[in-house]
Design a protein. Sequence first.
Length: 382
Amino acid sequence: MGKNNAYMPNVQPLIEAGLGRKTATAMGYESECKTSPLKENIRKLLRIKDEQEFVNKGCWYNTGLDMSSQEIERLIYYKGSLMFFPLEGKFYLMPYCLDGELDYNGRYKYVHPVPIVGSATTEEEKKANKILAAYLATKKFKIVREVAIEEDFIDKKTGVFDVNKAKEFLETSCVIINDYTPQLAQKIIPRQQLQEGIIDVEADCIPFMRTALLNSTGVQGMKVSSEDEASSVTTASDSVDMAALNGKKYVPIVGGLDFQDLSGSGTGTSDQFLLAMQSLDNFRHSTLGIDNAGLFQKNQFVTDGQNQVNVGSVGLIAQDSISNRQNACDIINSIWGLGIWYDNSELLTGMDKDGNGEVANKQDQSGQNKGQQPEGANDDLE
């Protein structure tokens, strides 16, 4: 009698690697390939909400770019770090790549811009994208990390201002704008990637709340006599986790009992899931430097003193974000004299900073802050 070499292979790594639905179904892994439409829709809403709060928590003025303040912050949201540089008489803001060596502090010394191109659908578009990328790769810029002063361009031997040196400095310099203080590797993880985890967990709360309203999250097991019968029950509920997310009530279980309660004794109510979501949203706000009511919230009545203690302090996080942007503005203004500036949103601070009588960030058609024009602004042509 021959040896039985039959075994059950572990195909879960193949599922995680992107195995197709048809193959997964044949292997009995159809449930792992399915997602919750309700959760995905809520996740998209939270993603848009997170981006809207990020791009509007501050405002840019006098940028010299053909971009709105929200477009600038959108690039920072998805890229994390950008380079501001001149090219052929205009200013641009693009992602960048290391071009050369590092300085003694391990920071980038020279970089070149990387174009932001969409998905090309035709051969002409693909060719044009390659040409643009090749052209920008030849443009090498030196990163300026401190305010430029006139004494930097005076010849030490003659004491005369070196015009050629100043001209070359204006044409080959760039300034880096970071979302937050870089790590040791000088790599900025984009905010969009950092927020993925908390948004994914937060998106679970509303489906769980929906299930709590449907039979108090009472997920139950249904007795079946064989694996073949279990497949018919699977059509109604793919798994315990998916049942909770989608509000489904039954999952198949092979056993001797008619019904088996899978919900456990610790089932939560709808208000508990909403409080959990509110706490998670407060935590997400704290990562953006937006004031919030703290991570933990009581569902009972709280006094003003208790609420003040519970409020999460986000001043240092907001300061890091603003300081990185304003420091870049100071360097840009010292080189090209644009009068560019970034400031926190009046809606977040509750202060009328521009003196226009309204707590809101309003701009005129030239991109200037309405009510207070930065020094050097020339929107009044008369």
